[in-house]
Design a protein around this ligand. Structure first.
Ligand code: AMP
Ligand code: GLY
Length: 423
């Protein structure tokens, strides 16, 4: 089976790595890919938001399955266009992708189907938003409606912060995405992500994972795409896990009811484990990054079976096994990330790290320079991932591997998965 993966992050390296291990894999391509995918697949310089170019490539190379990694092509209808042209595609149509592409659409979906989430109001004018703030007071959460590269959410402790968030959003900080805001009740509790394969109104849930979103140790500093992750999540009791599964199953059934063409892809439920039980903070219409790196590391079944079943719209026969080992992944980032950072720093030591048993180094922002040296090419550079029987061991192993890898400005958090150990 010939497969094309779209994307270039650590998530896509992990997906490609999992697919590459399938005995059924034929030719494997990644567009545009990164330094890591180049070693296990063929990188192709295609624009992932250009369905015609992708379609042309797929015809020329007899592609049987396209796996879409990031949200942008999903929201722009790339999966949908490819599917309409007759390809098997992993990733929802544009309507399903709106669960991520519009916070208000997502909240309306949650409310309509009785999915637990924070109380909210959708505001389409600044005046309306400011008036609502006066009514409900702080603390409060202000969210730009559309895609804002992870920067559109402000958890405001006081009214000044809340008002400023509203002013900025309507002043155009997030472009079109911010001219509608969702103002939402602040929830408290640990966060946990549950991802599910969804097709035909059914959900097959994956093990939980927990991301570390802030840049610095102790959950300080600005929000990032994610600085490290672990799976499973010890604070999730079997009872909580069952409750989250039920939410994901209800959501999957609702996609079949609401969306003209159903939903075929991953649905990512971002939960907060509140004193009243798990509540949804958000849906994403794709795999999480870096959650995918630990989830794929723990998958014991053939990943291609899962992607193919989802793309064909029937997961009723799909049965996935997961390793009992836990996984910890530490992000090595460029100095300055999530702010300004430099690219092109030579990376050394990956081979030594990967020579360690139970260590996998997923590449995120890496590329080869004109001298064929592996160099940094993004904010998040590598995801150093380790598997072990306990979190202590997996953490030690991951950090031992991190020490072997060097590039100028290497930045990492030293407290990834400490939360899991304390639990
Ligand atoms: P989102 O993009 O919706 O995942 O929001 C980003 C982050 O903001 C989440 O991971 C939470 O840490 C925080 N957040 C979002 N919504 C809420 C809420 N209602 N209450 C408290 N924190 C929230
Ligand atoms: N790691 C959070 C996300 O992928 O949205």
């Amino acid at each position: 089976m010939n497969v094309l993966v779209l994307g270039s992050g650590g998530r896509e390296h992990a997906l490609t790595w999992a697919i590459s291990k399938s005995p059924r894999i034929g030719d494997l391509f990644v567009a545009p890919g990164n330094g890591g995918t180049a070693a296990i697949a063929q990188n192709i310089p295609l624009s992932i938001t250009d369905p015609d170019a992708i379609l042309g490539f797929c015809k020329d190379h007899e592609i049987d399955l396209v796996v879409v990694g990031p949200e942008l092509p999903l929201v722009e209808g790339v999966a949908e266009a490819l599917r309409k042209a007759g390809l098997a595609v992993f990733g929802p149509d544009a309507q399903g992708a709106m669960l991520e592409g519009s916070k208000s659409f997502s909240k309306e979906f949650m409310m309509a189907h009785g999915l637990p989430t924070a109380a909210y109001k959708k505001c389409t004018s600044k005046e309306d938003a400011l008036a609502y703030l006066e009514q409900v007071g702080a603390p409060i959460v202000v969210k730009a409606d559309g895609l804002a590269a992870g920067k559109g959410v402000v958890v405001a402790e006081d009214m000044d912060q809340a008002r400023e968030a509203v002013e900025e959003s309507f002043a155009g900080s997030f472009g079109e995405a911010g001219y509608t805001v969702v103002i939402e009740e602040m929830l408290t509790g640990p966060e946990c992500s549950m991802l599910a394969f969804v097709a035909g109104g059914k959900a097959l849930c994956m093990p939980c994972a927990q991301d570390h979103k802030r840049a610095f140790d102790g959950d300080r500093g600005p929000n990032t795409g994610g600085m490290g992750v672990y799976s499973p999540v010890p604070c999730v009791t079997p009872e909580l896990e069952t409750q989250m599964r039920q939410v994901m199953e209800l959501a999957a059934a609702a996609t079949q009811e609401d969306f003209a063409t159903g939903y075929r892809g991953v649905l990512y439920g971002g939960f907060m484990l509140t004193p009243e039980g798990p509540k949804l903070l958000e849906f994403n219409a794709r795999f999480g990054d870096p959650e995918t790196q630990v989830i794929m590391a723990r998958l014991a079944s053939d990943a291609l079976d899962a992607f193919e079943a989802v793309a064909k719209g029937d997961i009723t026969e799909l049965d996935l096994a997961w390793k009992s080992q836990v996984a910890v992944s530490v992000v090595l980032a460029s100095a300055g990330y999530p702010g300004k950072y430099e690219k092109g720093k030579v990376i050394l030591g990956i081979d030594e790290a990967e020579a360690m048993d139970n260590v996998i180094v997923f590449h995120a922002g890496t590329a080869f320079n004109s001298d064929e040296e592996l160099v940094t090419n993004g904010g998040r550079v590598l995801n150093v991932t380790a598997l072990a029987d306990t979190f202590e061991e997996a953490r030690d192993l991951a950090y031992e591997a991190c020490e072997k890898i060097n590039f100028e400005g290497k930045q990492l958090r030293m407290d990834i998965a400490l939360r899991a150990i304390r639990n």
